[in-house]
Write a protein that binds this ligand. Structure first.
Ligand code: HEC
Ligand code: HEC
Ligand code: HEC
Ligand code: HEC
Ligand code: HEC
Ligand code: HEC
Ligand code: HEC
Ligand code: HEC
Length: 649
């Protein structure tokens, strides 16, 4: 599971008041779409094979009702103790419920609403108020058949935002869109109520193929002028790599959502999402997975992606199983009998001790063991890096990154592993410089490696996500000279590179900024358009022609509707508060920060701003009351305590 990525660059703070004020009252309605979702059950009439394959798949079971067939946990009065809290799992009149006995003796009982996932773990969803679902953080280990806590090291009181009842564990806003078909959270910012709609829970046929009503009319024999199979916005079979990745990547990536609900079938990824770049915390400096980043961002780094391989070369989309077992999966292409579409790969044998240097059939001889490092999330769920890289223990220390060899041989050093590799492959062509060397330095201090980062950003033999990350890492170096030197990258073929290049224009002179960014505002992907618009927020209308103003306003409206789809997230209101502050609209800022602490009382930075703003607007006594209120939530927060002292003085 992940949270939405809402890390905006500082430039957002320079936003226009117009957006802020209109935002809070705006609810973006779904566009009228004459094509409708029908549900997967209808497909069985004519596509029995696919329905059978899919029904038991991880997709079909991504979110299910709380019935005995779906729910695998032990609800026969089983008990689990963790950190002084006691959990009791039991049935009640045919339903399932969880009783929680908090440390303080407070006892609550929660009926199980529905079930998330199928293996290797199941999580249970609780409806804490009408329409609002929260994901419970004691989960069921399917293999070991036992309960476990997802965050064993966190000691969270019930009022903490990260507690299972808090905003960061909210299923509607943070999870459901990837576990359901055509999900809309429909959050009312004034009421604080979700009125979610979905055509079905779980990843149904139409999550990938698109709404099918007209396909069914067509197959029922209704006559249409357009008789193409894939007419009416319905995707039959993706024929291009890009088409397929647009089908899968929306759910299999770490990203920020820009549209309201599920984007229409066939929407380009960059028109719906901001992909997370190889940021510290999410990825290692050399691009290996670190946090839960879901496949796409690492797959984009691979040579296989560059050569046109896609998900369904290895995964069956209906069973969601691998297309072949073990090394045979890779031998589909990497063997003399391999795929004729990749003839150059058929000259070499890899599934052989001559390549693997481990006994045949052993765990060390598995292709995935050395080329797909494994990381474990949610306590017990091992997931594999999809960048299919060559292990580089020789650069491990310099890149501050792990490698598959010593991940498994945990008692050995990276030098040990590197020595063996160079003995095994004396004539290797795979030990040249790596972008991870520069990225590791840049994460410490980008200034000395400005040149190196620019070189990577320009090196079109590198994956787009790597080049875009180089520009992202240049962010703190911002200056007009750099903006000038990188301006040509605003026209790069890769939207990720254009998006990152826009972010470096912040310090360019206004007239340059306008002329450079206008083309991106006009007809680029939504994610690029928004990034460009953010860089122009402080531009005065008098600096632009009327038509330029109209273009900028249109992009700002796109950004506005994007923000308005996530007004349930405290982070969104922090952004809005920052914007209002910059516009010196203090009442608006106060209202935004006050919404933040309503949604998450643990947000100290918002409390601090709220106290200061209350002091400025309503005087010291009112500010003191706000501060006292803050201190009941965060009694020992140093910044709040300091405020208390200064206010007394
Ligand atoms: C009344 C029968 C009927 C129903 C119901 C139906 N289809 Fe079809 N579908 C067809 C026919 C006929 C074709 C074209 C022949 C073929 O390829 O099987 C087709 C083709 C397809 C194709 C393209 C196959 C290809 O080879 O390119 C897909 C994908 C598809 N249907 C998905 C669905 C989905 C998803 C549903 C349910 C939402 C659905 N269909 C419901 C009859 C139906
Ligand atoms: C609507 C969101 C969505 C879309 C679209 C989607 N997936 Fe998934 N996928 C999921 C979720 C959620 C799970 C996990 C479900 C679970 O474990 O219960 C999953 C699981 C998987 C798994 C199984 C992982 C495992 O642990 O074995 C594979 C493989 C997979 N997806 C591949 C694909 C491919 C390939 C595509 C495109 C053809 C695709 N997915 C499209 C959401 C989606
Ligand atoms: C960006 C899409 C996305 C979001 C958002 C998301 N998930 Fe998932 N979820 C997935 C995918 C994909 C998988 C399959 C995991 C994998 O890669 O094997 C999955 C798997 C799971 C599983 C099954 C166990 C497992 O690890 O395979 C559970 C339970 C789960 N997610 C819960 C959640 C919860 C709770 C949230 C919100 C806090 C959440 N998910 C948010 C895409 C998503
Ligand atoms: C995770 C995405 C995904 C889901 C869910 C999904 N499909 Fe597909 N479907 C695909 C892809 C991708 C292809 C193209 C086949 C390939 O490349 O292997 C496909 C192909 C098909 C075809 C053409 C024949 C074939 O099997 O290749 C039919 C028919 C079809 N799907 C129907 C369905 C039905 C019915 C459902 C629901 C029961 C469904 N699909 C669910 C992604 C999906
Ligand atoms: C559909 C065909 C196909 C399949 C299946 C496939 N590969 Fe590849 N693989 C390729 C292509 C194409 C390249 C790029 C070769 C080139 O650079 O010209 C490649 C390159 C590689 C590389 C070299 C990476 C580098 O940085 O030089 C590795 C390692 C690799 N594959 C591992 C695997 C593993 C492991 C599997 C199985 C999990 C696998 N491949 C399955 C087609 C495939
Ligand atoms: C014990 C670890 C290990 C295993 C297991 C392993 N590889 Fe490799 N692989 C490597 C190393 C190390 C290199 C780099 C070789 C070099 O530097 O020349 C490599 C390189 C490659 C390359 C790029 C080769 C080239 O000539 O450019 C491909 C493709 C590849 N492996 C595929 C596979 C496949 C397919 C499997 C499974 C059959 C596999 N590997 C199993 C360690 C392994
Ligand atoms: C070259 C083969 C190959 C390609 C291409 C590939 N995968 Fe995988 N995938 C694997 C292997 C191997 C595993 C590991 C299975 C295991 O652990 O046994 C895996 C695992 C997964 C999982 C389970 C969780 C995890 O991360 O280990 C998901 C989800 C997944 N792949 C989705 C995708 C998606 C989406 C794409 C396309 C963007 C894709 N894969 C492309 C081979 C591939
Ligand atoms: C998934 C686990 C795994 C990975 C990854 C792995 N190995 Fe091994 N390796 C083993 C095991 C297990 C053995 C013992 C032989 C056996 O029984 O398979 C072994 C044996 C060895 C040996 C001989 C015995 C010794 O300890 O001196 C060397 C050398 C070695 N591995 C080096 C490497 C290098 C270098 C890499 C990375 C390119 C690597 N291994 C990747 C599991 C792994």
């Amino acid at each position: 599971m992940s949270t939405d990525d809402l890390s905006y660059p500082k430039s957002i703070i320079a936003a226009s008041l117009y957006i802020f004020l209109s935002l809070v009252s705006t609810q973006v309605g779904a566009a009228d779409d004459p094509i409708e979702y029908t549900g997967s059950h209808i497909c069985a009439d004519c596509h029995q094979d696919q329905v059978t394959d899919w029904s038991g798949s991880d997709h079909g079971l991504a979110w299910t009702s709380a019935s005995s067939g779906n729910l695998l946990g032990d609800f026969d009065n089983s008990q689990f103790d963790h950190d002084g809290v006691r959990y009791n799992f039991r049935t009640n009149f045919g339903g399932y419920e969880i009783e929680v006995l908090e440390k303080g003796g407070q006892r609550t009982t929660h009926p199980v609403h529905s079930v998330a996932g199928i293996k290797p773990l199941q999580q249970y969803l609780i409806e804490t108020e009408g329409g609002r679902l929260q994901s419970f953080d004691v989960a069921w280990d399917v293999e070991k058949r036992q309960w476990f806590h997802l965050y064993p090291d966190q000691d969270l009181p019930p009022e903490d935002g990260l507690h299972w009842t808090g905003p960061y564990k909210n299923w509607n806003g943070r999870c459901a869109e990837c576990h359901a078909t055509n999900y809309q959270r429909n959050y009312g910012v004034r009421s604080g109520v979700y009125r979610p709609t979905t055509s079905e829970i779980g990843v149904g046929c139409e999550s990938c193929h698109g709404p099918a009503s007209k396909h069914i009319d067509w197959s029922d024999g209704a006559s249409f002028e357009d008789t193409r199979l894939d007419a009416f916005g319905f995707i039959s079979q993706p024929v291009t790599q890009a088409g397929e990745l647009n089908q899968c990547a929306g759910c299999h990536s770490r990203r920020e959502v820009l549209t309201n609900g599920t984007p229409p079938t066939g929407t380009d990824y960059h028109d719906a999402y901001n992909l997370a770049l190889l940021r510290p915390g999410l990825y290692e400096a050399d691009g290996q997975i670190r946090d839960e980043v879901y496949v796409y961002g690492s797959f984009l780094q691979s040579k296989m992606y560059a050569k046109g391989v896609s998900c369904t070369n290895c995964h069956d989309p209906h069973t969601a199983e691998l297309k072949a077992e073990g090394n045979a999966l890779c031998a589909q292409c990497h063997s003399p009998a391999g795929n004729p579409s990749f003839p150059s790969l058929r000259s070499a044998v890899y599934d052989d001790p001559a390549h693997t240097n481990h006994p045949e059939g052993s765990v060390g001889a598995q292709c995935k063991s050395c080329h797909m490092i494994e990381r474990t999330y949610m306590g017990i769920d091992g997931r594999r890096d999809h960048s299919f890289r060559i292990p580089r223990p020789d650069l491990g220390a310099e890149m501050d990154s792990p490698d598959t060899c010593t991940d498994c041989h945990s008692d050995q050093s990276q030098t040990w592993a590197a020595d063996h590799i160079s003995n095994w492959f004396p004539n290797s062509t795979h030990r040249g410089p790596h972008f991870g060397q520069i990225f590791a330095s840049a994460r410490q201090n980008p200034v000395p490696v400005t040149g190196g980062l620019q070189e990577i950003a320009r090196d079109t033999s590198q994956p787009g996500i790597v080049r875009a990350t180089a520009l992202y890492l240049l962010g703190p170096v911002q200056n007009p000279k750099l903006a000038n030197e990188t301006a040509d990258l605003l026209m790069d073929a890769d939207p990720l590179v254009r998006r990152s290049a826009a972010q470096i224009q912040q310090t360019a002179p206004v007239s340059d900024r306008i002329s450079r960014l206008m083309p991106l505002l006009l007809n680029d992907h939504l994610s690029v358009r928004i990034a460009a618009a953010k860089q122009l927020l402080d531009v005065q209308p008098s600096d632009m022609s009327r038509s330029q103003q109209a273009i900028l306003n249109a992009a700002l409206r796109d950004w506005q509707s994007s923000l308005s789809t996530k007004l349930d997230a405290p982070e969104t209101h922090l952004v809005l508060g920052g914007m209002a502050l910059t516009m010196r609209n203090f009442p608006a800022a106060k209202s935004a920060f006050s919404t933040v602490v309503d949604l998450d009382p643990q947000r100290a930075e918002a409390w601090v701003m709220l106290v200061r703003l209350t002091q400025a607007l309503d005087g010291i006594p009112a500010a003191q009351m706000t501060l006292d209120n803050a201190l009941t939530k965060l009694p020992s927060h140093p910044q709040l305590l300091q405020l208390k002292t200064t206010m007394r003085e």
